[in-house]
Write a protein that binds this ligand. Structure first.
Ligand code: RFL
Ligand code: PHB
Length: 400
């Protein structure tokens, strides 16, 4: 058994863990990250694509924003297609000048990994059987195995950044935790291809055949999604079948313009809304997907993870630099207030855009009427835009 000591032991090297590690490093706080899989495996997961301003700002605060600003695509709006017609949501106009940025989770993770490696910071990849101990005391620790060797990491705090299937949330006492969950009766089949995007801005589609999304990673790389039944298997979907179905859900202009090509990646993601309360258990704090999941319709998952990290980082800085526990005490309630707002928006946007099994014909009519109202109302457009670009970090406080 080797024993090391650090201030913050972080479980999970996804975006949450890596961003927290980088921010702490910049503030002179020591952290060790323990990750179950390899770095290549983490980078191979194709996930989020849209960054809100708070996430962009955090990458800058962590000192890793240079490539993102060079390569990221600024989007001032997106389009909604329903009833054969496209309508634009002008994010800039309706959110007081804000925008979002197209920059894939893979790229963001890459930048954080590179910065961590360049600073010589410790990430234990392929660490098996991680376990968290004594977080109800002032001397918590993490254990794991790597290359047949047992490791123990003594720390002041544990950051549970280990995603939905991680060990941290699972180790919290059942009597102290409450979980809220909704599983949707469909999934998203995603396809990545080296073809130019069909449109500069994203197109969210409500069609009689189900939801579709035209997204992208760059000017030469597209990401498209189709709502599919949960029973579908990715192997059953040839590239040709995917393109054919996507075209059926688009409008004439997009159908004619779309450039198809071989997939680089294809996968089905289930859709879920999930929240854990609280997010603190003594000296263990959950952040990101370890504590909550949103359906991807509002592009909120990665951005919410980033704001959890911001709140946790500020709380840890308060502890180490100002000897104050106030931030740590407030972390859970502050993060959860923001999380529930994003959960509400993601759930609402999901039910507005998808076909649910056993829906009556009237449901599609209600959806169209709501979409039609939203696209022609200043209040409706403002509501969508301010939620999509991300509510300000002090949202509740400003209106209290
Ligand atoms: P992650 O990215 O899941 O990272 C957690 C890390 O913890 C590791 N881990 C462990 N390490 C050590 N010991 C253990 N016992 C461990 N158990 C797990 C894992 O290997 C992993 O590396 O969580 P994090 O960092 O909180 O980041 C959150 C984001 O990844 C997530 O919110 C988004 O990707 C959600 N999401 C999407 N969000 C969007 O905004 N737009 C999207 O299009 C989108 N697509 C997706 C998604 C999430 C998906 N998942 C989780 C199934 C598509 C998928 C398939
Ligand atoms: C993506 O590009 O993967 C993406 C974009 C917007 C969403 C969901 C996913 O709402």
């Amino acid at each position: 058994m080797t024993t090391t000591r650090t201030q913050v032991a972080i479980v999970g090297a996804g975006p949450s863990g890596l961003l927290l590690g980088q921010l702490l490093h910049k503030a002179g706080i020591d952290a060790v990250i323990v990750e179950r899989v390899s770095g290549e495996y983490v980078l191979g997961r194709i996930r989020a694509g849209i960054l809100e301003q708070v996430c962009i700002d955090l990458m800058d605060e962590a000192g890793v924003g240079a490539r993102m600003h060079k390569e990221g695509l600024v989007h001032d709006g997106f389009e909604m297609l329903f009833g054969g017609q496209r309508h634009r949501v002008d994010l800039k106009k309706y959110s007081g000048g804000k925008h979002v940025m197209v920059y894939g989770q893979t790229e963001l993770t890459h930048d954080l990994m590179d910065a961590r490696a360049a600073a010589g910071l410790t990430t234990m990849y392929e660490a098996r059987n991680a376990a968290v101990h004594d977080f109800d005391t002032a001397k918590p620790y993490v254990t794991c195995e790597k290359d047949g060797q047992q490791h123990r990491i003594d720390c002041d705090f544990i950051a549970g950044c280990d995603g939905f299937h991680g060990v941290c949330r699972a180790s919290a006492p059942r009597s102290a935790i409450k979980e809220y969950e909704k599983v949707y009766p469909f999934g998203w089949l995603g396809l990545l291809s080296d073809t130019p995007p069909v449109n500069y801005e994203l197109i969210y589609v409500n069609s009689p055949r189900g939801f579709a999304l035209c997204s992208q990673r760059s000017n030469t790389r597209s990401r498209y999604y189709l709502q599919v039944p949960l029973t579908d298997k990715v192997e059953e979907w040839s590239d040709d079948a995917f393109w054919q179905e996507l075209k059926l859900r688009l409008d004439d202009e997009a159908r004619e313009k779309i450039v198809t090509g071989p997939s680089i990646e294809k996968s089905i993601a289930p859709l879920r809304s999930f929240v854990t309360e609280p997010m603190r258990f003594g000296r263990m704090f959950l952040a990101g997907d370890a504590a909550h999941i949103v359906p991807p319709t509002g592009a909120k998952g990665l951005n919410l993870a980033a704001t959890d990290v911001k709140y946790l980082f500020d709380a840890l800085v308060g502890f180490y630099q100002d000897k104050s526990e106030a931030g740590l005490d407030d972390y859970s309630s502050k993060a959860l207030a923001r999380i529930w707002r994003a959960e509400r928006f993601s759930w609402w946007f999901t039910q507005l855009m998808h076909r649910f099994p056993h829906d009556e014909a009237i449901t599609a009519k209600f959806q169209h009427a709501e979409l039609d109202y939203l696209m022609h109302s200043e209040a409706g457009l403002t509501s969508i835009a301010e939620n999509y670009v991300g509510l300000p970090l002090d949202f509740g406080a400003r209106r209290a």
